[in-house]
Design a protein around this ligand. Structure first.
Ligand code: UDP
Length: 351
């Protein structure tokens, strides 16, 4: 692979550049390298501070357009973050979810296979499926996946993502790496319902919204599901470890044709514990006693998200492969990541 982190001639294409992870990756690429960025997205409101940057070119476009796909695939390194990835949309908009998470990435992968680009494709930890409270560490190359029935349309997303992984892995000649994120959190995540988005965002934005509005945090089915919340800064560090290895002739074989979990196994909490921690952080920030905040409320998944909702009960990544092949281990503790995210949310939406 002809990539060098200090090579000023490289342009990295970031698809989904205006989103939560894309905006952090863009900043890091511009700060840490002399690379140029070709950023593609449907909107760039998170990137106002970068729009006139001399090393950036932005294209407001959709991967549904074959001409856009061809243009992206001309760059030597393509990072594809574009996806519909809001659980509340997996039920009512299954076909759109599948187009966004399978059809469009498959077309991009085919174009990259033809052009010889390195495709770093963002998949999801949800491809491990309907895990149970007893599920252990999820291993990239060993753990089997079980999904709910077709009537549980929550799995539209995971099955489309898994099919995209299989398509990518099966494409002759494609140089690829798949990334499986475990609940990334940080500034710019999701939206505040009724302000800059509609529907139900992921749990952190939901809890932050409820805290700001003085409403109870909603615990779906009692908040028993467990997640490993991982700072987006760790995610960016992982990507640089990957780029580094991919540009090293001695190590690049180890990172091509591989899927990597990216998560912090030490940050595991149940959603009910997450609610308790976020209430404490918010009370500390506001200088009030936590008992003055509304108590969390239990709601059923169907009531909250609608028919077809289902859940993974535990998502614990094995982090051994990233450590072994890339020397990477997520380092940011849960409370630091939560506090940064919540403080950003409060400041951003209080204005
Ligand atoms: N959840 C919750 N209250 C909310 C939003 C989500 O209890 O307001 C739960 C949800 O049912 C799941 C977990 O929190 O068990 C994480 O949900 P999220 O939507 O963030 O994404 P997921 O990890 O399921 O993809």
């Amino acid at each position: 692979m002809n990539l060098r982190l200090d090579d000023s001639s490289i342009t990295v294409a970031i698809v989904g550049c205006g989103g939560f992870i894309g905006s952090h990756l863009l900043d890091a690429v511009l700060e840490r390298t002399r690379w140029r960025v070709f950023g593609v997205d449907l909107d760039f409101y998170r990137l106002q501070h970068r729009l006139n940057h001399e090393r950036c070119e932005f294209l407001c476009a959709d991967l549904a357009d074959p001409a856009v796909v061809e243009r992206i695939a001309k760059f030597p390194l393509v990072v594809n973050l574009a996806a519909i990835c809001t659980p509340s949309r997996y039920m009512g908009e299954a076909c759109e979810v599948i187009r966004s998470n399978y059809d469009h990435p498959a077309a991009l992968a085919e174009a990259c296979a033809k052009s010889g680009s390195w495709l770093v494709h963002f998949s999801t930890s949800e491809i491990y499926g309907k895990t149970t409270p007893d599920s252990g560490e999820l291993l990239e190359d060993e753990t089997p996946a079980v999904f709910g029935p077709v009537s549980a349309s929550r799995w539209s997303y995971a099955t489309a993502k898994l099919l995209a992984e299989r398509f990518i892995a099966g494409l002759p000649g494609l140089r690829w790496t798949v990334v499986r994120p475990f609940n990334f959190v940080g500034p710019y995540m999701d939206f505040m319902p009724g302000v800059d988005g509609e529907g139900i965002p992921r749990v952190l934005a939901n809890f932050s919204t409820a805290l700001l509005r003085g409403e109870p945090l909603k615990l779906v089915n009692g908040g028993k599901a467990k997640r490993c919340f991982t700072s987006v800064h760790d995610a960016v560090d992982f990507l640089f470890a990957l780029f580094d290895a991919g540009s090293d002739p001695e190590r690049c074989d180890g990172v091509l044709s591989q899927a990597f979990n990216v998560g912090n196994a030490e940050n595991e909490v149940s959603v009910a514990e997450l609610a308790a921690r976020m209430r404490s952080i918010f009370a500390k920030v506001r200088g009030v006693d936590v008992s003055t905040l509304p108590e969390p409320q239990v709601v059923s998944g169907e009531e909250y998200y609608g028919a077809g909702y289902d859940d993974s009960m535990r998502r614990l990544p094995s982090v051994e492969k990233a450590q072994r092949l890339l020397g990477f281990k997520a380092a940011i503790p849960l409370d630091t990541a939560l506090e940064e995210s919540l403080l950003w949310f409060v400041k951003h939406y209080s204005v």
